[in-house]
Ligand binder design. Structure first.
Ligand code: FSX
Length: 364
């Protein structure tokens, strides 16, 4: 349970050395895409930060988001939980269960009104009064409303919580909706991805701890520091795209030489995430680097946007004239994406405008 200690006091009490703390701060600074010169400022802010209580709610999901969090390396999940935050409720990671676990959740609400964070993974079923997912006799809607009512902010972890995700896919039998359809009076940070990159989850928490507020968000509620660029913007295969060199099959000579995967269905041009820069598995690789097209998993309704392996546009023979079909394909993909929630309808439509020739020129 969070107490009144600052993070600095807590770490000193635990015998964590100044050197280890600064190492943690350096990792956190880099995580937030800040320059190394900011390490001492981040250290000063973190030292004074109070460890927030965190309640993590899991609804309709596959536990991939928690699996992803456990792979966080910078900071590690352990250093995050034991040092920076007080993770007081999390079904998969908590030791207790039953009445005692539920008591912890309500105790945080009662003791830290307006101060605790709520992290949610999974979408919320609303059909038939929400009966398709209940915990301790309460529907997911009831738990979310009760828990978020006095939270400082809500972080929707994963595409299910942010946009509805897989449970929301057609025909959406449970009436699954994103967090933002239920909670309309709180700041919500959408950390999308199916699952999200572990370092991005911890990076958003680190930003909240350091600056005491939510980061700048894009029109879909995602932190710009991680979702400001498209995968296409930062892809190391981009030079092949610019030259019109595309792999045609997964095992042809182009694929072996690292050519662009656009014609094999890559959704990088319409997908915003940090996979191409932060990468996965301690910065080892990301799907495109492993030879597989981007599925677009951090975008709304990616499950319903057509085949993962159909290209956004028809193959073009000459690099100078493939931009026009890309424009048409961008429009088609945009239309196929559909809507993910009432509140973001207008934003989502704006976000899905087709790529223009100027967009492509500016980014090349
Ligand atoms: Fe969804 Fe997360 Fe995909 Fe799975 O909790 S974002 S199905 S990785 O687990 O919610």
């Amino acid at each position: 349970m969070a107490d009144n200690e600052t993070l600095g006091e807590q770490l000193r009490r635990q015998g964590i050395s100044r050197r280890s703390f600064l190492k943690f701060c350096a990792a956190t600074t880099s995580l937030m895409a800040l320059p190394p010169t900011m390490v001492s400022a981040v250290a000063a802010a973190l030292e004074k930060a109070r460890r927030p209580s965190v309640i993590w709610l899991s609804f309709q999901e596959c536990t991939g988001c928690t699996e992803s969090l456990t792979r966080s390396h910078s900071p590690t999940l352990e250093s995050l939980i034991f040092g920076a935050i007080s993770l007081d409720y999390h079904h998969t990671l908590q030791a207790c269960a039953g009445h005692f676990a539920e008591h912890l959740r309500t105790e945080v609400i009662d003791k830290h009104p307006g101060e605790y964070l709520v992290l949610v993974d999974g979408s919320i079923p609303t059909r038939d009064d929400g009966v398709y997912s209940t915990i301790a006799g309460m529907t997911n809607v009831q738990i979310l409303e009760e828990t978020a009512a006095q939270a400082a902010a809500v972080i929707a972890v994963g595409t299910c919580a942010a946009f509805g995700g897989l449970p929301h896919a057609d025909p959406n039998p449970t009436g699954a909706v994103p967090v933002s359809d239920i909670i309309t009076d709180k700041p919500i940070i959408n950390v999308s991805g199916c699952p999200p990159i572990p370092t991005v989850i911890t990076g958003v928490l680190a930003h909240y701890l350091t600056f005491g507020g939510i980061p700048e968000l894009d029109e879909l509620g995602r932190p710009l520091m991680f979702y400001g660029d498209s995968i296409h913007d930062r892809c190391y295969r981009r030079p092949f795209y610019d030259k019109g060199l595309f792999a045609k099959t997964f095992d042809d000579a182009g694929a072996r030489d690292g050519w662009c995967l656009y014609e094999l269905g890559c959704k990088g041009p319409t997908t915003h995430n940090a996979c191409a820069t932060v990468k996965w598995n301690e910065g080892t690789s990301f799907p495109i680097e492993s030879g597989h097209p981007c599925l677009g998993c951090s975008e709304p309704d990616f499950w319903d946007a057509g085949s993962f392996y159909n290209p956004l546009s028809a193959p073009i023979g000459d690099s100078s004239d493939w931009a026009a079909p890309a424009i048409a394909a961008g429009a088609a993909a945009g239309a196929a994406l559909g809507l993910y929630g009432r509140r973001h309808k207008a934003d989502a439509e704006a976000r899905r405008e087709p790529l223009t020739a100027r967009d492509l020129e500016d980014k090349s």
